[in-house]
Design a protein around this ligand. Structure first.
Ligand code: NZQ
Ligand code: ZN
Length: 390
């Protein structure tokens, strides 16, 4: 049975090959001082930087730049960005990049005028934002996180070795996001497939919970089937517009808060994955792929009916003459085959994790309660060890 909920999403989306031109409709709504936030330079190589600078100039904007946002953005970088935003009293933030750039822009948006340490206030204590917020918009260049239409912001503290996500309220969601699938063609293959698995993981984190009949579960099965289908095509042909556009749309729906409504969610894979990320600075999607199968095999007995449904409805496993457990395990084998086909990392050693890090990774993994099994610290350790052996 669906629980009680309210639903709205304030982000306006512009989707398609012509979507960048809609910046001309959005920019006039905000003040003249724009902070352009971007990553390590891919937007300069692809020419997107020049295109956007031209649009900003045509709209009479005074542009300040905050470049060099790294994958897994850090607290140090956040401090720098807040300073630039505050010193120049910017009216608007335009984030151009992947999830890291978009997440980071949200953190700057909420933190620039925070009078305390924003890491402590907004990421550790998760307090409501009570200072002025700088509105932001996003031009997405890499697909996976769903950051373009949610309040998520994940920041890494390299001093304390913590990677912590914060879900900000609607006032920090991007005011608009521009989703042009063509802009994702240049994403390197390993990043591309990591993004694909991030999408899958977001869906599964919300799917593997509850045992009731729930509309969201049917929606998620559809999203998963579309993702699996299109990702195989994109792997062969990264410039297949149909596949890349379907994947881009699936990524947005996987984590724009809709499918979580009225049901509980798990997020344990992300909690362990983030802790691995804090220790290794590994690509987010790969931290998830390396632990998902050991985690799901561990919780399978507690959520057997759903794992059986997953095997049949998503992976097309034929249940005839098999026990529920056999069907469920066959589903995970199909998933493993798919993951190997994409070339995902399945072993945390390949991400730079070493045995001496394991205790710290376990300690840094927040334990969630919405899934089929509330994990113990020993369970988390067993997942990590399994990953090291697969
Ligand atoms: O920095 P540049 O030079 O732009 O290169 C980036 C970066 O090296 C490159 N890239 C992006 N678009 C490109 C491109 N290269 C060529 N052509 C393009 N069009 O890709 C690399 C990775 O980018 P990044 O933004 O780090 O990837 P992703 O989108 O996967 O974001 C990962 C971050 O998002 C967080 C993760 O924890 C991680 O910090 N997440 C955010 C979530 C949210 N907001 O809800 C949820 C997720 O679960 C996730 O935790
Ligand atoms: Zn994720």
């Amino acid at each position: 049975m669906l629980g009680n909920f309210s639903y709205s999403n304030p982000t306006k989306l512009y989707f398609g090959e012509e979507s960048l031109s809609f910046l001309n409709e959005e920019l006039p709504k905000y003040g003249d001082k724009v902070l352009l936030v971007y990553g390590g330079g891919s937007i300069k190589q692809t020419g997107l930087y020049d295109e956007i600078m031209q649009i900003l100039a045509e709209n009479g904007k005074q542009v300040f730049e905050d470049a060099g946002v790294m994958p897994n953005p850090t607290v140090e970088k956040l401090t720098e960005g807040c300073q630039i935003a505050k010193d120049n009293d910017v009216d608007f933030i335009l984030a151009v990049g992947g999830g890291s750039v978009c997440d980071y822009a949200k953190a700057v948006s909420a933190s620039a005028f925070c009078e305390e340490d924003p890491w402590e206030k907004y990421f550790i204590r998760k307090e409501a934002v009570d200072n002025p917020i700088i509105p932001l918009g996003c031009v997405l260049t890499m697909v996976g996180t769903g950051s373009e239409m949610n309040g998520g912001s994940v920041i890494t503290n390299t001093t304390t070795t913590q990677k912590i996500g914060r879900v900000f309220g609607e006032d920090v969601f991007p005011k608009f996001s521009i989703l042009n699938p063509v802009l994702t063609y240049t994403v390197p293959k390993q990043q591309m497939v990591a993004g694909f698995f991030d999408i899958m993981s977001h869906i599964l984190e919300q799917y593997f919970s509850n045992e009731d009949d729930n509309t969201s579960d049917y929606i998620m099965e559809g999203l998963l089937k579309s993702l699996i289908h299109s990702s195989k095509i994109a792997l062969e042909n990264p410039t297949d517009y149909e596949a890349r556009s379907n994947i881009m749309w699936t990524a947005t729906w996987a984590l724009n808060t809709l499918v979580a409504k009225g049901k509980s969610t798990d997020w344990m894979v992300h909690m362990i994955g983030q802790s691995i990320g804090a220790y290794t600075d590994a690509t987010h999607g790969m931290t998830l792929s390396a632990i998902s199968l050991p985690y799901y095999r561990l919780i399978l007995p507690a959520g057997l009916a759903k794992f059986k449904r997953y095997a049949i409805n998503v992976w097309g496993v034929n249940p005839e003459g098999k026990t529920d457990e056999q069907v469920a395990l066959e589903g995970l084998s199909e998933m493993e085959h798919y993951m190997r086909t994409l070339g995902l990392v399945l072993n945390i050693k390949e991400l730079g994790a070493t045995p001496d890090m394991l205790e710290g990774i376990v300690a840094g993994s927040f334990i969630t309660k919405g899934g089929y099994k509330v994990l113990t610290k020993e369970d988390i350790m067993s997942v990590l060890i399994e990953s090291m052996n697969q």
